[in-house]
Design a binder for this molecule. Structure first.
Ligand SMILES: [Zn+2]
Length: 676
C-alpha cells in the first residue's frame, strides 16, 4: 500500500466517492433554506444551524462511511462518467484508441463470470515464485521485481521533485509493510483498536485459508505475520513526524544507503527496477529502512514466505473472485470504517478504470462536461483572492516588512492550474485486453511504474497534474508553488456560474483561499517561491507564527470526536490553518467585489450568506467507526470541525450572526487566532 504522498496538500482526503442517489438540484441562487435547521441557534451550533436540514434529508447510504456535499458532487461526476462509458460501449473504436482501452478495461472488470471461473489462478505465478525462494537474496530480488506490479510489501519507491532542488525529480524510498493504515493501529491499546487488531488477525487467517492452508496453521501463521507487522509498526515513522518536510528529507547516495542498511543489496535493487544510476536519492524514513533490512535478515525465510503470500492476496483482493474481495471489504470497509454494504460492482470497476486510465477518461470528461466560461470565471476569482491575500499580508501586525516582502513574492509566484492539463498523458504503451481484468490491473501498474522510474533524475515536467480533471478535490503542491483545481470541483455546491458573489466566495472562494494558504501553513511556509525547502523567514516572525499555530492546534485538540476520543490538533494543523486562512482571505476578497453592495437575499445579508455557503460545503453525515479512523489517518479535520473550528476565530462571523458571550460558538477575544 502506498501511504507516501509528497504531492499536494489537498482539500479533502481522497475517498471513494459514489452513491446511487442523485444530488439535490441546487437552487439557482445557491443556498437552500431547507438545508438549515433554524430551530438551533447559530451561536449554539452553527453546523446544525446551517446544515441540520441537509443532514436529516440525506441519511447515510449503506455503501458510505460518510456522506456530505463533496460526495453529492462526487456522485454527479460518477454519473457523468457512467454516461461516457455507456456511450463508448455502444460505439465502435479502433484498437489503440483511448475509447477502446477504456471500454475493454471496464468490460473485463464487469465480466464476473470469467473472474469467478478463473478463481485464484491469476495469483498462481506469484505464489509459485514465493515457494521457489531459496534465500534472502532471492527474496530481495523478488521484492524489486514486484514493485512494478504495484506490490510494495516492505518499502516502495516514488519519483518526485527534489524538495531542495525543485526543478529536478529524484527517487524517494518510503516505508511500507503494514496491512493496517498506520503504526497507531498496532501500537494503540484502547478497546476499539484491540478489537480491530483481533479482526485483522482473523482477516489474515481467512485469506491464508483461501490459499489452501488448513484452519489451524492459518491461525498460527496469522499470529506470526501480525507480530512481524507489529514489529515494523514499532520502527515506522508516525503520521505527525511525516508532516515535517525536513524529517522526511534524507538525501543519500548508494554508499550511504549501504551503510545505513547493509543487509540489503541496494545496487542490485536499483538495477532490477530499471534505475541503473539512481544518483542521489531521498530516504524518507531512514529508521524504517535500517530496521527493515535488519529484520529481513533475522526472521526465518519461512515466515517471510507466509507474510508475502498474505500481502499478495490481500493487495489483489479487489480484482479476485467475490469470496476474496468480500473478505477484504469486510475488514477494510466494515471493520475500519463501519460501512455496512459494498459499493455496487459497476462503481468499483469504474473507479478502477479511472485509476488505470485517469487522464484518458479526463480528456473525454472535459470535452463533454466542462464549460470554457468556467475557466475564465475561475481565473478571475483566483486573481481576486490573490489580491486579497496580498493586502492582508501587507496589513499583518505580527510580521516584519522583510518577511512580508518575501511572502508577497511567494504569493505572486503561485502558478494556477484550472480544469485540465494542457498536455494529456500518452497511454499508447499501456496494453489493455477485454479478456483479463487481473492482467489489465498488472499492465496498468507496470505502465505507471516504468513511467515513474523514467522520470528519476530528469527535470520536473511543470505541465503534469497530480489529480485527474474528474476528481472532486483541489490541491497545493509546495515544491511547484502551484494551486490546482480540477474541472469536477467547479460545480455546485462549490462553484455556481450564476449565484451572487457571497455564495461563490463562501464556497469556491474559500477553497481557492484554502489552497493558497497551504503555501503559508506550518508545512508550506518552509518552501520558498520556487518550491525549495529554504527558510525565508526572520526568526522573530517564525516564532510568532509558531506561537499562533500552537494555539490553533490546542483549540482543535479540545474537540471531542467520539466518547473520550479527542481531535488531533497537531496532525490537522496545516489543514486548519488553510481553512481559517481561506475564510479570512475570501471574506476580504468578497468585500472587494461587493464594493459596498449589501443587498439582502431571502432575508440574509451577504456576510450571512458567505458563512452559510461555507458551512454547507462541509455538511456531512458520518459513521462512528469512520470518525475514529479518520482521526487516526486524516490530516484534515472532520467536516463538523471544519465548520466550527475556524468560525469561532472570526469576529466577522460573530457580527454576522450576533454571537454572544456564553454561546458555544463564542471564544474570548484573547483566545481567537488570526494568522493570515
Ligand atoms: Zn488542504
Amino acid at each position: 500500500m502506498n501511504y507516501f504522498k509528497t504531492l499536494g496538500l489537498s482539500l479533502i482526503a481522497m475517498a471513494a466517492v459514489s452513491c446511487s442517489k442523485g444530488p439535490q438540484k441546487a437552487a439557482s441562487k445557491g443556498l437552500a433554506p431547507a438545508d438549515m435547521d433554524t430551530t438551533v441557534a447559530a451561536g449554539v451550533d452553527f453546523d446544525e444551524y446551517a446544515n441540520g436540514g441537509w443532514k436529516k434529508r440525506n441519511p447515510l447510504p449503506d455503501e458510505k462511511s460518510r456522506y456530505g456535499a463533496f460526495d453529492v458532487l462526487g456522485d454527479e461526476s460518477e454519473k457523468q462518467i457512467k454516461e461516457l462509458f455507456t456511450g463508448i460501449a455502444e460505439g465502435t473504436f479502433a484498437d489503440g484508441t483511448i475509447e477502446k482501452k477504456i471500454a475493454d478495461y471496464y468490460a473485463s472488470g464487469m465480466d464476473t463470470a470469467s473472474i469467478e471461473a478463473a478463481g485464484l489462478s491469476p495469483l498462481q505465478p506469484f505464489i509459485e515464485q514465493i515457494d521457489a525462494l531459496q534465500s534472502k537474496e532471492d527474496m530481495q530480488q523478488l521484492l524489486a521485481e514486484w514493485q512494478s506490479w504495484g506490490l510494495n510489501p516492505l518499502f516502495g519507491i516514488y519519483a518526485d521533485a527534489d524538495q531542495k532542488n525543485s526543478a529536478m525529480k529524484v527517487a524517494y524510498l518510503y516505508q511500507s509493510g503494514l496491512g493496517m493504515p498506520n503504526r497507531d493501529y498496532y501500537l494503540n491499546e484502547d478497546e476499539h483498536t484491540l478489537d480491530i487488531q483481533q479482526k485483522y488477525r482473523l482477516y489474515i487467517a481467512g485469506l491464508l485459508e483461501q490459499l489452501g492452508e488448513d484452519s489451524a496453521s492459518a491461525t498460527q501463521d496469522a499470529e506470526t505475520i501480525y507480530a512481524m507487522e507489529k514489529e515494523m509498526a514499532g520502527f515506522s515513522m508516525s503520521m505527525l513526524d511525516q508532516r515535517d518536510p525536513y524529517k522526511v528529507y534524507n538525501k543519500m547516495d548508494l554508499e550511504q544507503l549501504n551503510k545505513l542498511a547493509p543487509q540489503y543489496k541496494w545496487t542490485a535493487y536499483f538495477k532490477t527496477i530499471g534505475a541503473n544510476d539512481p544518483g542521489d536519492f531521498i530516504v524518507a524514513q531512514p529508521e524504517f529502512i535500517k530496521n527493515m533490512a535488519a529484520m529481513l535478515n533475522e526472521k526465518p525465510l519461512a515466515d517471510w514466505k507466509q507474510y508475502l503470500k498474505y500481502h499478495t492476496v490481500s493487495d489483489f483482493a479487489g480484482v479476485l473472485p467475490k469470496t476474496v474481495s468480500d473478505m477484504s471489504f469486510e475488514f477494510y470497509g466494515k471493520t475500519l470504517s463501519g460501512t455496512p454494504a459494498q459499493r455496487p460492482r459497476w462503481k468499483r470497476v469504474q473507479g478502477s478504470t479511472n485509476n488505470a486510465l485517469g487522464e484518458a477518461v479526463g480528456e473525454l470528461y472535459v470535452k463533454e462536461y466542462f464549460p470554457p466560461q468556467a475557466k475564465e470565471r475561475m481565473l478571475k476569482l483566483v486573481e481576486n483572492l490573490r489580491k486579497a491575500l496580498g493586502s492582508r499580508i501587507e496589513n499583518l501586525s505580527w510580521m516584519s516588512d522583510t518577511t512580508k516582502e518575501k511572502a508577497i513574492e511567494k504569493l505572486n509566484g503561485i502558478t494556477v492550474k484550472i480544469g485540465y492539463p494542457d498536455k494529456w498523458k500518452d497511454y499508447s504503451a499501456l496494453e489493455i485486453t477485454p479478456d483479463s481484468y487481473f492482467q489489465n490491473v498488472l499492465n496498468s501498474s507496470k505502465f505507471y511504474f516504468e513511467d515513474m522510474i523514467g522520470k528519476i533524475n530528469k527535470p520536473v515536467d511543470k505541465a503534469e497534474w497530480g489529480m485527474t480533471p474528474q476528481t472532486v478535490n483541489a490541491y497545493y503542491n509546495p515544491s511547484a508553488n502551484e494551486i490546482v483545481f480540477p474541472a469536477a470541483i467547479l460545480q455546485p455546491p462549490f462553484f455556481y456560474m450564476d449565484a451572487d458573489d457571497a455564495v461563490n466566495y463562501g464556497a469556491i472562494g474559500v477553497v481557492i483561499g484554502h489552497e493558497m494558504s497551504h503555501g503559508f501553513d506550518d508545512q508550506g511556509r518552509q518552501y520558498d517561491k520556487v518550491g525549495n525547502l529554504n527558510d525565508w523567514w526572520q526568526t522573530e516572525d517564525a516564532e510568532r507564527f509558531t506561537g499562533k499555530a500552537n494555539r490553533l492546534a490546542d483549540e482543535y485538540s479540545q474537540f471531542t470526536v467520539l466518547d473520550t476520543v479527542k481531535a488531533d490538533g497537531k496532525l490537522t494543523l496545516g489543514e486548519n490553518i488553510a481553512d481559517l486562512g481561506g475564510l479570512n482571505i475570501s471574506y476580504t476578497a468578497m468585500h472587494m467585489a461587493l464594493n459596498g453592495n449589501e443587498q439582502e437575499i431571502d432575508g440574509f445579508t451577504p456576510n450571512q450568506r458567505f458563512f452559510l455557503s461555507y458551512g454547507h460545503i462541509w455538511a456531512q453525515n458520518i459513521r462512528d467507526e469512520e470518525k475514529l479512523r479518520l482521526t487516526k489517518v486524516d490530516v484534515h479535520s472532520l467536516g463538523r470541525y471544519r465548520v466550527l473550528g475556524p468560525l469561532r476565530n472570526m469576529p466577522e462571523f460573530y457580527s454576522a450572526f450576533n454571537i454572544k458571550e456564553g454561546d458555544y460558538m463564542y471564544l474570548p477575544e484573547n483566545e481567537r487566532v488570526v494568522i493570515w
